[in-house]
Design a protein around this ligand. Structure first.
Ligand code: COA
Length: 354
């Protein structure tokens, strides 16, 4: 065993390159995200989510409609999974009921169908059957609402799904790749990834961002409220990132998507408050951590956009999964084709037998 004093430990694997990927790349200093060869701001909303999936899955085209129908038929066989009170618990359990032979398209389709069904049940309504001819964003929103959504809202959700579809080796994607690296199946990889996504430091932040905006209430209260949070030792949700040292480029894409809703006549009164809270949060964090740039991350404007689109707060993280699952599928496939078993090491610091 190497002497403890000589070992270098990369806590949290920060800055450690563990594989090569053709799927997406993050430049944290420049604030750039490239997904399948395009900058996120040129991709999200410019082409439908299915076209982004096709690029990530290296197929000529993708149609998730038939797979949504298949997933809906499976609702009868997910047991009590969708009765769980917490939405990510329900989604994880429901996806775990898929047969281990399920692939992309079925797994991503099931994430959307199961998330919508959970929301319907929670409000005492029956799940809405998919319409396979609709695009994925339009049908997902329809299954959540129980009626077709206006085109502007569909475009908002479609932009969101593509914005979050892939993001380098984030915690959930890494989890999926670790599971895939053992030779396990896609369903197992996605169940593990859902578990990682649930955490508030990863995909669980947008709900708390909206709670924060509620608690702040009005722009002039932002600074005092945020300072009190920091003084109490709590983190500001939607701020800071492991990789970005500037504002997350996805925050700008989602902020612009909210602005587009305004132009389409859909009122988004939260936007003014959100911008004020973002400014105040950046200021108080800069005072507290002058050496560590802590700017808005993707979750900040996710909260504002998804609320404006009509997604209930409890469904924010599952809807994140509706987009990100396409990236997980691509990474699992890439890992199978090119990767090695992922098996790092840990420095043993426990008692040594005499
Ligand atoms: N609010 C307050 N302080 C924060 C902060 C935040 N949002 N993000 C980081 N910090 C502080 C940490 O407390 C730490 O301070 P310390 O050195 O005095 O202990 C310092 O900044 C460095 O943070 P660290 O935990 O090393 O950063 P990380 O790379 O491990 O964490 C996140 C990245 C995203 C987990 C972190 O910024 C965070 O918790 N953000 C809020 C949750 C969130 O929005 N998650 C969604 C991510 S897309």
């Amino acid at each position: 065993m190497a002497p403890i004093s000589e070992a270098v430990v990369h806590e949290g694997l920060e800055g450690v390159l563990v594989t090569r990927t053709r799927l997406s790349g993050v430049d944290g200093e420049a604030g750039q995200l490239v997904i399948a060869g395009s900058r996120v701001e040129d991709l999200a909303g410019a082409v439908p989510f299915e076209a982004v999936c096709a690029r990530l899955w290296e197929r000529p085209s993708v149609d998730l409609g038939p797979a949504r129908v298949q997933a809906f038929a499976r609702l009868a066989s997910v047991g009590g999974a969708l009765e769980a009170a917490e939405t990510m618990d329900a989604l994880r359990a429901a996806v775990a009921h898929l047969p281990s032979t399920a692939g992309a398209d079925e797994v991503p389709a099931a994430v959307a169908v199961f998330a919508a069904a959970w929301q319907r049940r929670r409000t005492g309504k029956s799940p809405v059957a998919p319409q396979p001819a609709l695009p994925h964003a339009a049908d997902t929103l329809r299954m959540v609402r129980g009626e077709p959504a206006p085109a502007a809202l569909v475009r908002g959700l479609d932009t969101y799904l593509s914005t979050v579809v892939d993001h380098g080796l984030n915690a959930s994607t890494f989890t999926a790749r670790v599971i895939a690296s053992t030779g396990s199946d896609l369903v197992s990889a996605v169940v593990g990834a859902l578990g990682a996504l649930k955490g508030p430091l990863h995909g669980g932040a947008p709900g708390p961002v909206l709670d924060m905006l509620d608690a702040v209430g009005s722009p002039e209260r932002a600074e005092a409220w945020l300072s009190a949070e920091l003084a109490a030792g709590r983190r500001i949700m939607g701020m800071g990132h492991r990789v970005y040292r500037v504002r997350d480029p996805r925050a700008a894409v989602l902020e612009a998507a909210v602005e587009r809703l305004e132009s389409a006549g859909i009122r988004t009164p939260r936007l003014v408050l959100a911008r004020a809270v973002e400014r105040a949060a950046a200021d108080v964090l800069a005072q507290r951590h002058p050496d560590r740039p802590l700017k808005a991350n993707v979750e900040f404007y996710t909260a504002v956009l998804l609320e404006a689109v009509g997604i209930p707060r409890a469904l924010f993280t599952p809807v994140f999964a509706v987009g990100r699952v396409a990236g997980w599928c691509a990474h699992v496939e890439e890992q199978r084709r090119t990767g090695r078993l992922i098996r790092p090491d840990a420095l043993y610091v426990g008692p040594v037998p005499g």
